[in-house]
Design a protein around this ligand. Structure first.
Ligand SMILES: Nc1nc2c(ncn2[C@@H]2O[C@H](COP(=O)(O)OP(=O)(O)OP(=O)(O)O)[C@@H](O)[C@H]2O)c(=O)[nH]1
Ligand SMILES: [Mg+2]
Length: 586
């Protein structure tokens, strides 16, 4: 790969890395993901580390069970006896680090548990050995992965984590060794691997073939390392001559991994291995995430429907109590467009009518008192009407109280809340269900808007329709006629100097009032039906608006669930995008 293409690939991986970190950050609130926090943290940290390793020397670490021949293999590979080979198990406790003089190994040894490593330096110009294989790489002989010295595992774990390539050494007795296999599990996919069947000089051809087949099977099925090199090596022969014991083959496969040209690619593969491991962790919990998300979605939908239904039910109960007021508002509004005696009669309430009647009754004895009574009762009914109008125009009484609304919300979204707390950790779960305050505000706005529309648009329109011009004329004309007749008789009497009596005037007034009262009864009867229609209309309007408010209130939670699922799926499959990028870039 050319330098430019390497840089381009690294830029692309940087972008993929940021996206992955972002997705991982968002799904960290999922309970199932939080439960895997420790594992994920290891892979995330290692991923960042691998992407960051660009400039440091290649590190190869020999790992495997005790007695497999790691120390002997190191000695054979470097052509010097620098590691202690032994018969006492385990032999190696302090790691041996074979390093070029110019390599900075401070990070490699910093904070390493266990005994201090023995560091042997070589001159990278002469390869440190006769065959000049080593040209700047670091080779480590680590303690075993399976002996009773359990502290060794922490040391080799750290060393492996700081390496690029693991040479997994096993021998006859340890190929199927569980604790060593479990150690390799930790790094499967995350490190370049070479599998060595050691001490091969002790095996006949059939045993050698069988054991290598076993190793190949493990590499493929257990560690997903299909195609990784599996070699039979005799370190003892290798020490006798550097071209013996399978050493040339081992140097060749190692060279493929750690030569300067190949190392960057191995590190990127190691990085992608981490991405795949992260994906695999998420894939294991994603059915659980999908299931609780599905329950949450259903809970939100059902909750919104239930909440809407019950809120509308409560508002409807309160609406029923406004039916009489609504009818009266219709008369009032009709009276406003009806500028004539019929309109006044419609506007005057019960008290006004009574007062006018009383006025007419006492007029014969005391016309002044009668006029006072009539005017007073008209004013009283005006005030009463205005007070009632204001109460009617306010929606405050239409909505259940906030405590009641809160309870409604709690009841309606019980299932959603349970699913949310299954899905997400405690701090995040509340954001996955609608808040009580938001729902209450939505309901209040819905009722306000519907009611406002009723008062400003529907009610005046119905009022106008209820008193068409022909009706108004039909009612008003006889009253005007009667007035004209009274006026005519009064003028005529005045001219003839025969004043018409008060009785005549009172009779005329009573006739006019009776006519108007009758008209009023008729018109009000017409409006009773219309107010029922209006009520049904405003009910429908409220239901539709409350439904929309409920829908809006679950929109946010639904979108958040969708985003979480999206991130989960992206993380699950992230390694594909990384591999595509890697192979496209190489
Ligand atoms: N026949 C034979 N014996 C070997 C070979 N390699 C190592 N041995 C012997 O196996 C024993 C263990 O070798 P070591 O190199 O100490 O093994 P190790 O893997 O470093 O063991 P620990 O340090 O305990 O983890 C020693 O007695 C070696 O001489 C080999 O290729 N052939
Ligand atoms: Mg050893």
């Amino acid at each position: 790969m050319t330098h430019e293409r390497t840089l381009a690939a690294r830029g692309e991986l940087g972008r993929l890395h940021r996206e992955l970190e972002k997705d991982l950050g968002s799904i960290a609130v999922l309970r199932a993901v939080a439960d895997r926090g420790e594992e994920l943290e290891v892979f995330e940290a290692d991923l960042a580390e691998q992407l960051d390793r660009a400039s440091s020397a290649a590190v190869v670490c020999l790992v495997g069970s005790t007695g497999a021949g790691k120390s002997t293999l190191l000695n054979a590979l470097v052509g010097r006896d620098i590691a202690v080979e032994g018969v006492d198990r385990p032999t190696t406790s302090a790691p041996v680090i074979y390093r070029p003089a110019d390599a900075d190994i401070s990070e490699l040894v910093a904070g390493l548990p266990g005994e201090a490593p023995r560091v042997v330096t070589y001159d990278p110009r002469d390869g440190g050995a006769a065959d000049a294989f080593w040209r700047g790489q670091i080779l480590i002989d680590a303690p075993d992965t399976n002996s009773i010295e359990t502290g060794h595992r922490a040391v080799v774990g750290e060393l492996a984590a700081r390496s690029d390539v693991l040479v997994v050494v096993s021998h006859r007795q340890s190929v199927a060794e569980l604790s060593s296999a479990a150690f390799v599990d930790l790094f499967a996919g995350r490190r370049g691997m070479v599998f060595v069947l050691g001490r091969s000089d002790e095996l006949d051809a059939a045993a050698d073939r069988d054991l290598r087949a076993q190793l190949e099977g493990l590499a493929r099925d257990r560690w997903g390392a299909e195609g990784a090199p599996v070699l039979s090596i005799s370190a003892r022969r290798g020490k006798e001559g550097s071209e013996s014991g399978g050493l040339p083959e081992l140097r060749r496969v190692l060279g493929d991994l750690i030569s300067e040209e190949r190392l960057g690619s191995v590190r990127r593969q190691n990085a992608v291995g981490n991405v795949a491991r992260i994906g695999a962790e998420i894939a294991e919990v994603s059915p659980q995430i999908e299931a609780s998300s599905e329950r949450l979605r259903a809970g939100l939908e059902a909750g919104a429907a239930g909440w809407c239904g019950r809120t509308v039910g409560l508002v409807n109960e309160r609406l029923d109590q406004r039916k009489a007021d609504l009818t009266r508002m219709l008369w009032n509004d009709a009276a406003k467009v009806w500028d004539g005696p019929g309109g006044y009669a419609l506007r005057v309430g019960g008290i006004g009518t009574l007062g006018l009647g009383a006025g007419a009754a006492v007029a014969r004895r005391n016309p002044l008192l009668a006029a006072g009574l009539a005017a007073g009762s008209l004013a009283a009914s005006r005030v009463q009407g205005a007070v009632r109008d204001r109460a009617f125009e306010s929606t405050s009484g239409l909505l259940p109280g906030s405590a009641e609304l809160d309870e409604l919300q709690r009841d309606a979204f019980v299932d959603a809340r349970l699913a949310a707390s299954d899905l997400a950790v405690d701090e995040a779960a509340p954001s996955l269900t609608p808040g009580g305050a938001e729902l209450a505000a939505g309901a209040a706005a819905a009722v306000d808007e519907a009611w406002d529309r009723l008062l400003r648009v529907d009610l005046p329109r119905e009022a106008r329709r209820g008193v068409p011009r022909f009706l108004r004329t039909l009612v008003d004309l006889p009253v005007f006629g009667l007035g004209a007749w009274v006026l005519f008789r009064t003028v005529e009497g005045f001219i003839a100097e025969e004043y018409i009596g008060v009785d005549f005037l009172i009779s005329a007034t009573i006739i006019a009032l009776a006519w108007l009262f009758g008209a009023r009864v008729l018109v009000r009867a017409r409006f009773a039906g219309r107010s029922a229609t209006l009520l049904a209309q405003v009910r429908g309007d409220i239901e539709q608006r409350v439904g929309a408010a409920a829908g809006r209130s679950i929109q946010g939670p639904l979108e958040r669930v969708e985003a979480l699922l999206g991130s989960t799926r992206r993380v699950e499959l992230a390694d594909r995008a990384w591999r595509r990028r890697l192979h496209g870039g190489e």
